[in-house]
Write a protein that binds this ligand. Structure first.
Ligand SMILES: [Zn+2]
Length: 540
């Protein structure tokens, strides 16, 4: 697990997280001594089989790249591991000056070397454009650069950040650093570069900054956990092994967890999730997590989060193309986000109760697999004619939605799913699609998205769309063609939720993973939704 916690005294030392969750960490530096009992702050990671190295300070794991990437940074690579390194955040000067901060946010220039003390300036871009998100991006730049540098330790004056008086700048900077240092290296050969970097935050306000760091650690640890699990390929993480992992984590967190297996799903008549899974040799399951809340008002109903976890989606007999089938391990991102969110709820001791339901299945082909033209009996009693076996997410989610309503009176149900390619056509990789039957819920989620920069955009659920999914030989069909493609995903799910239940559907297909490095997210899974949901849940 990467659920780092830290004991902080001045100066604050912040550990950038590794991706070492379940596997023991191999100490690469050759130092086998545990940390000393000195007073310097230390960070411990759960799941670490190896004690930290003999040095007093926690480290950040590096990528295999020892060399900085740009020419301007290259001077550090020609020297020995640099000693005390000060990170400074600077806005771009009005006019370009030699050695001034670049206008590219997060870009680092190694500016000075005075008696072996290096100072690196990280650009915040133009002053008039400063925002929390800019600090998040700059933090990502700091992490990226440190990981590639030869530094073993660095420090940053956090008071300077706080002095800017920009709301959210401090937490955002910490998030950028912690999220930007994510790596998924579990299956690569061990390299011999040093394992970690200590980053010390200098502050005269530890009572203010310490909880900020602790909170950022918890949030980013959950996001990085979701990313890490999402990166696991389908030969490692399938519905069964996912349920095992989620169960182990939930038990560690003291959450109530239950896993509904095939027999139980068949008993209740969950024809959606069962049929989708028929082609796979790994059975499906519904994983249910319950967080009771931390001293909630008596009678407070839970929010229910539902996550689509297709541990692999081949498309079934409506098989995906060679280009589109790669990356389908990320079709479980909604589900792992829900698991990480429940974990985070317990870490942050969120006030209100929360239920997480993860619909885990694998969509494969075999003589047993479901086919186009098949008619499914869903858990709700509705029948669905299969047009495309690749429109399977809505089938597993529909059963999860019905199950949620049967079991848990709630204040709101929110599902997260990498549901359609259509949402990528509509909103690109900038915003997730939000469809909801409730204006208040829309407002809350939308604002949470703006606040955290995990942004959403509302798409309509007009009745006019409903005829497009009317079935020929069944009540409805699971695909209505290309027009309004992602909206029809929402329209389909809406058939399983009465208007009296506040419900929102987040189509995160364009946001759950990225094909290129982003300012604070390397290529791969993003963990999208956790920061947004945390903000929403705390606003209730
Ligand atoms: Zn599919």
């Amino acid at each position: 697990m990467n659920h780092a916690f830290l004991e902080i005294v001045q100066p604050i030392v912040l550990l950038l997280p590794s991706t070492e969750h379940d596997t023991p960490r191999v100490s690469r530096s050759g130092e086998a001594q545990p940390s000393t009992g000195r007073d310097t702050p230390r960070v411990r990671r759960s799941g670490e089989a190896q004690p930290s190295t003999g040095r007093d300070t926690p480290r950040v794991r590096r990528s295999g790249e020892a060399q900085p990437s740009t020419g301007r940074e290259a001077q550090s690579s020609t020297e020995q591991p640099i000693g005390p390194l000060v990170i400074q955040l600077q806005t771009a000067p009005e006019l370009p000056v030699l050695g001034g901060a670049s206008k590219q946010v997060g870009e680092v220039l190694l500016l000075t070397n005075v008696d072996g003390k290096f100072t690196a300036a990280v650009s915040l871009g133009k002053k008039e454009k400063l925002s929390a998100e800019i600090f998040r991006q700059a933090g990502g730049g700091v992490a990226r650069w440190l990981l590639k540098s030869n530094a073993t330790a660095a420090e940053l004056d956090f008071d300077e950040v706080m002095a800017l008086g920009l709301p959210g700048a401090g937490p955002a900077l910490l998030e950028g650093i912690l999220l930007g240092s994510f790596q998924f290296n579990r299956y690569k050969k061990v390299d011999d570069s040093p394992t970690s970097i200590a980053l010390t935050l200098r502050t005269t306000h530890p009572s203010l900054v310490t909880p900020m760091v602790t909170r950022a650690q918890a949030i980013c640890s959950a996001v990085n956990l979701a990313r890490d699990w999402a990166h696991e390929p389908a030969n490692i993480l399938n519905p069964v092994t996912l349920a095992e992992r989620v169960t182990a984590l939930a038990e560690q967190d003291g959450l109530q967890v239950s896993v509904l297996n095939t027999a139980e799903l068949a008993e209740m008549g969950a024809g959606g999730i069962l049929n989708v899974s028929k082609g796979s040799s790994t059975p499906p399951c519904l994983i249910v997590l319950q967080y009771p809340g931390h001293h909630p008002e008596p009678g407070t109903l839970p929010v229910v989060l539902i996550g689509k976890a297709l541990t692999f989606d081949s498309g079934g007999y409506s098989m995906k193309s060679v280009e589109n089938i790669q990356g389908m391990k990320y079709d479980k991102c909604g589900g792992v986000t829900v698991a990480a969110m429940l974990h985070l709820a317990s870490q942050l001791k969120l006030k209100n109760p929360l239920i997480g339901i993860i619909a885990a299945a694998e969509n494969m082909v075999s003589g047993e697999a479901y086919r186009p033209d098949d008619i499914l009996h869903m858990l709700s009693g509705t029948t669905v004619e299969i047009i495309s076996t690749d429109a399977e997410g809505r089938l597993v989610l529909a059963d999860a939605l019905t199950y949620a309503q049967n079991q848990y009176p709630s204040r709101a149900i929110i599902d997260l799913a990498t549901l359609t390619g259509g949402v990528v056509v509509s909103l690109g990789h900038v915003r997730a699609g939000l469809m909801t039957n409730n204006d208040a819920l829309f407002q809350q989620l939308f604002e949470a998205g703006e606040e955290t920069h995990e942004r959403l955009w509302r798409l309509p659920l007009d009745e006019d769309f409903v005829p497009l999914i009317k079935g020929g030989d069944a009540d409805i069909k699971n695909s209505g063609g290309r027009e309004g493609h992602c909206i029809l995903g929402g329209i389909f799910l809406q058939q399983f939720v009465p208007d009296s239940v506040a419900w929102a559907h987040l189509d995160i297909a364009g946001m759950a993973d990225t094909h290129k490095d982003l300012p604070y997210c390397p290529k791969g899974a993003t963990g999208f939704g956790i920061r947004l949901l945390t903000h929403y849940l705390e606003s209730l």
